[in-house]
Design a protein around this ligand. Structure first.
Ligand code: NAY
Length: 292
């Protein structure tokens, strides 16, 4: 399956007791795919990867592959702080039938470039022929790496792609310009999807695609048609949504927006905040004008 296009970074779905709910996840997946997105990115930041056990992440990935059932690519995020668990999740994702695996650079211990490169080499060996997509998100990981780091691993055949999550598009354009022709680049900051695609990114992966996936579908289609003015109008709708989301925890806001659309995903895991009644009313009022 060709890796490209619009991929929703799937929200974690919990039941009313805070346990993983594959039933709710299945409903969410259908809702997301019905909006016209091409595929899914599961167990990432939006999927609360770092708030879940390895077993929960395995179940999430298997459940997603089964529910998507070939309707589009499933990229499984298998990154962890430690190599051992990342390898175990990677082997599991491959066996489960994920179309690609992806990993955030390990955080917290200030690993140097040689250690991070070794991490990706081990994951690549575990992934075998399944593509490995590095996940660069310096705003959250606080691991800042230059384009050269990713380009070297691309040339070595370790990385087959990069999910680039930053609004600074200069490194992105250098990676697109200098990487091997079949290297896949995903734009990861939803507010600049138009820019990433216009510069040659192969697609986008984002949290807000869970709710307004159809808007991003149109951004991508207009860019592909060369109609940047129309793409910009759609990007503007997305950016208004994101600007409002910025007043809240992003997952709290997205869960409430999904709830309004009839999709229940429970509450994010503490220490993520639980929604208050006041916030619920406020977000509902806001979205009733914004999404009509
Ligand atoms: C993932 O792994 O779940 C993602 O791809 C998350 C990407 C999001 N980035 C961050 C920093 O949270 O979708 C974006 C982001 O919410 C959006 O651009 C609005 O800022």
């Amino acid at each position: 399956m060709r890796l490209a296009g619009i991929h929703a970074a799937l929200i974690a779905a919990y039941d009313d007791h805070g346990e993983l709910s594959l039933e709710r996840q299945a409903e969410l997946i259908d809702h997301v795919l019905d909006q016209g997105v091409d595929g899914l990115f599961v167990s990432g930041s939006t999927g609360e990867a770092y708030l879940q056990s390895a077993d929960e992440r395995r179940a999430t990935i298997t459940g997603a592959v089964e529910q998507v059932a070939g309707r589009g690519p499933v990229i499984a995020h298998t990154g962890c702080l430690d190599t051992r668990t990342s390898l175990s999740l990677t082997e599991h994702a491959v066996q489960a039938g994920a179309d690609a695996v992806s990993a955030v650079t390990p955080i917290y211990y200030n690993f140097d470039e040689a250690q991070l490169a070794a991490y990706f080499r081990e994951l690549s060996a575990a992934a075998g022929p399944t593509p490995l997509i590095a996940y660069h998100i310096p705003g959250r990981s606080h691991v800042d790496l230059s384009p050269d780091f990713f380009l070297r691993l691309a040339d070595e055949g370790i990385l087959q792609g990069l999910k680039y999550t930053s609004t600074d598009l200069h490194p992105l354009v250098e990676i697109i310009r200098q990487s091997p022709p079949d290297f896949v680049v995903f734009n990861g900051s939803d507010e600049v999807l138009i820019g990433g695609l216009a510069l040659g990114a192969d697609g986008g992966i984002g949290s807000t695609y869970n709710v307004i996936g159809g808007v991003y579908r149109q951004v991508a289609d207009h860019v592909a048609d060369g109609d940047l003015a129309a793409a910009l109008r759609r990007q503007g709708i997305a950016n208004e949504f994101i600007a409002h989301m910025g007043r809240y925890d992003f997952l709290l806001f997205l869960r409430e927006a999904l709830r309004r659309a009839g999709i229940e995903t429970g509450h994010g895991r503490a220490p993520l905040p639980a929604i208050t009644d006041f916030q619920r009313r406020e977000i509902d009022d806001l979205l009733s004008t914004l999404l009509t």
